[in-house]
Structure formats: C-alpha cells, structure tokens
Design a protein around this ligand. Structure first.
Ligand code: HGY
Ligand code: MN
Ligand code: MN
Length: 414
C-alpha cells in the first residue's frame, strides 16, 4: 500500500467545505442551520449536489425505488461492501451536522483513500437514506427501513405527508424514483458517524461515543373531536373542548416522563387546533406524542398509561378520540464487535471515548437488522440539535471522521 493505512488521516478543511456547501441549500437566514424537509425542492438540490460529489469520486451510483442513493468504491475483491452513511434531509429547524456529517465524512474517507492510492480488500459504500427525519412523512428512518425490507415499497409510496403529498408522488416529482430493487443486498457491515445531539459527551469532556444501540421510539398522532362553539356565550359546563383534552394530555406525558425519570422522554411537538381562532371553542385538536425509552417494557407501559389518560380526559370533556401510530420501533442493540472496534480505534488514535446508547433514531438502527452495525458519536455543543444553532467543533468532526476511516478499513480488511 502507498501509505501505512493506519497513519492515514482525513482532510478536515475539505470535509468542512462540503458541510458548508451543503448547508447553503435550504439555509435558514441569520443562522448556521438549514431546512431541507424530505423530498422537497431543497432536498432535491441537496441530493443533486451530493450525487455530483459521488460522481467526482468515480463511485458506482445506484438510486432505489424509495430514493436511497448509494455510491460504491470497488475493492480488491467483489464481496459486499462495508457501508457508511446517514441522511441529508433535515427538520424545519435543522442544523448542518445532523445526518449530513455521516454522509460527507463517508465521501471524505473515500477521497482520502483515493488520494493515497489505496484500494481496500473489500469495497466501501456511502449512502444517504430517504426521509430519515420522518418530520414530513412518518415514520422516521423510512428509507433505511424499506432498504432492509422492514416496509414494502408500495406501502411506503402511499404514505401521506403533513402537507397532503405522498412519498411516491414526491419521489417521482424530484426525479429520485430509482430502479434499484428493494430490499437491497445486505452490506458486509455498516457504521454511521453522527453528532450526539445530546449533552453527554460535552458534559464528560469526551470526544468519541462508541454507540451501543438506539432507544425504543413511539410516535402517535391523536385527533380529538369536540364541538366548536362561541367563546363568549358557551358556559364552561356545556363545552366539548378538544383543546383541553390535548393540553391535559400534553401535561400528563410530561409529568409521566418526570415520574419515570431518565431515559424516559416525552414530547408533544406538533399541535393543530381547528378553526384556530381567538373566539371559537375549537372543533378539533390534532397533536403528536413522541415517547422513547431504552427498555421496551417501560415504553409499553408509558404508552398504555398515556392512552388510558387520553381516553379518560376525552370522556370527561364529552369528546371523541382517534389515534394513529406514526412510528413504533423497539430498542436496538448494535454489534458488540463493531462497538468494540469503534472504542479501540478511538483509543488507538488517542481520543477519549465512552460507550453510550443513542437517544435519537438513526438509519443504523435499521441496518442493524441485516448486518453487523455500529455508530460513532462526536459531541454536540450545548447538547443542541434539531436547532439551527447545532454545532460541533472542527477538531471533533476531524476526530470522528478519522475514527470512521480506520473502522471502515478494519471492517473491509477481509
Ligand atoms: O426522531 C429522531 O430521533 C430522528 O431525528 N429521526
Ligand atoms: Mn440524524
Ligand atoms: Mn434528526
């Protein structure tokens, strides 16, 4: 080999330049963040840019029928590649690192190997998966879920978004309804670099997280129907106010999370009242409940108690309720050999490291269904994410990408 691959290091300026260029697309004015909801025009422009970088690196590019894009650098033999990647869709108040880092660090790993004239024994692949956020089209991790066969393509194409569009219609509209068959062949292994999006690494002054798994995720959409009425003339005892049911349930899930303690979390992130006017008792209230826990039994009990409270609150208010599950994923454990490889590589490179679970969902939790999988975390300043002020220092980005480089080389060594 041209260079001892264990001495190889990525080019942080080149990686930072790509992160900045991608963040320009859907940039949120006055911030460092960007908004590229899945399958929007902004997402298309971001996709086109990353695909152009894949072409520049002479990767073999495939697009599948849920819009996942995979670029492959051939190895000395033609076994399944070692894959890395993540997502480039963002939430509406997104940062520039969430997902984007994992995809662009993958390209940086390949460019570093190309520049050193190194061809690994096994090929390397870099993927971006469709709709990881699930914010426009639930569930989250939709593209990687279909990639591994966890949902059929037709079912995924029919999913209607918060704006009434469908996944299939939008894939076609932006030109990413690709031909590659699904489910895809399983990679040899998968490792994803991602910002932690939480406070742990920063609080403990550590550089690398060797991620052990992902906590369980439960998303429910709740629709409460009452009776719209005059805000001034309707006595309180005669009201059927769906907003009260929504607010009380939102308060309940917060109190439930406080009662259960960490790592239980609960969020009411989306709420819509109709007709949403100052002087009208609402007709309907629609809201979402996001519950998560590392222990599936605790999560199931939290779901049960929440539904119980919701139904009681609705009955007391004379309202009716319908609920729809938007996402339900059990906790996932990553492959211990990959976790150990991340941990050891970080130590060998002189970084501080700890094992830790992920609070956020990631595409890696889907790839873990089909191949040995792990993740690498780097710190998020102030633990911020899903916020335009999301930030990770260049030194930490560089550390994470260098650990990714060596872990991929190790996994691709046979
Ligand atoms: O919701 C999540 O945890 C991820 O950001 N999709
Ligand atoms: Mn992410
Ligand atoms: Mn995210």
């Amino acid at each position: 080999m041209a260079t001892l691959s264990s001495d190889l290091r990525i080019d942080i300026d080149r990686l930072s330049d790509r992160l900045a260029a991608l963040a320009e697309i859907g940039a949120i004015e006055g911030t460092e963040g960007c908004a590229r909801l899945a399958l929007t025009d902004e997402d298309k422009v971001g996709r086109d840019l990353v695909v152009s970088w894949m072409r520049d690196l002479d990767l073999t590019i495939t697009v599948d029928s849920i819009g996942n894009v995979v670029g492959v650098m051939g190895g000395e033999h033609d076994g399944q590649p070692v894959m890395t990647g993540s997502h480039i869709d963002t939430v509406r108040t997104g940062g520039r690192y969430d997902g984007n880092l994992g995809v662009l660090a993958g390209l940086e790993v390949i460019e570093t190997l190309r520049a050193a004239g190194i061809t690994p024994p096994r090929g390397l692949a870099v993927a971006f998966f469709t709709d990881e956020e699930g914010a426009r089209f639930p569930p989250d991790m939709l593209g990687s879920l279909v990639y591994v066969g966890g949902m059929g393509v037709e079912e995924a194409h029919a999913i209607e978004g918060i704006d009434g569009a469908t996944v299939g219609g939008e894939l076609d509209r932006i030109g990413y309804l690709g031909p590659a068959p699904l489910p895809a062949p399983a990679p040899h292994a998968f490792v994803e670099l991602h910002v932690e999006q939480g406070p742990v690494l920063e609080a403990e002054e550590l550089t690398i997280g060797a991620v052990t798994g992902v906590q369980g995720i439960s998303w429910t959409e709740v629709s409460v129907t009452g009776q719209s009425n005059h805000a001034g003339t309707t006595p309180m005892a005669l009201r059927k106010d769906p907003a009260v049911v929504a607010f009380r349930t939102a308060a309940f899930v917060r109190e439930l999370a406080d009662e259960l303690g960490a790592p239980q979390v609960a969020t009411v992130g989306r709420m819509h009242l109709h007709p949403n006017l100052v002087n009208v008792v609402p007709a309907t209230a629609e809201f979402t409940i996001d519950l998560r826990h590392t222990d599936n039994d605790v999560l199931l009990d939290a779901e049960r108690r929440t539904l119980e409270f919701l139904l009681e609150a609705a009955a007391a208010e004379g309202c009716t309720v319908t609920t729809k599950s938007l996402a339900r994923f059990d906790p996932v454990e990553f492959d211990d050999a990959v976790v150990a490889c991340v941990e050891q590589t970080a130590l060998t490179q002189g970084h501080t490291v700890r094992r830790m679970p992920s609070g956020a969902g990631h595409d890696a939790q889907m790839l873990a269904r089909v191949c040995p999988t792990g993740m690498i975390f780097v710190p998020s300043v102030n633990g911020l994410s899903h916020n335009p002020a999301e930030y990770t220092s260049p030194a930490d980005l560089e550390a994470g990408a260098n650990v990714l480089l060596q872990v991929m080389l190790e996994l691709a060594a046979t």
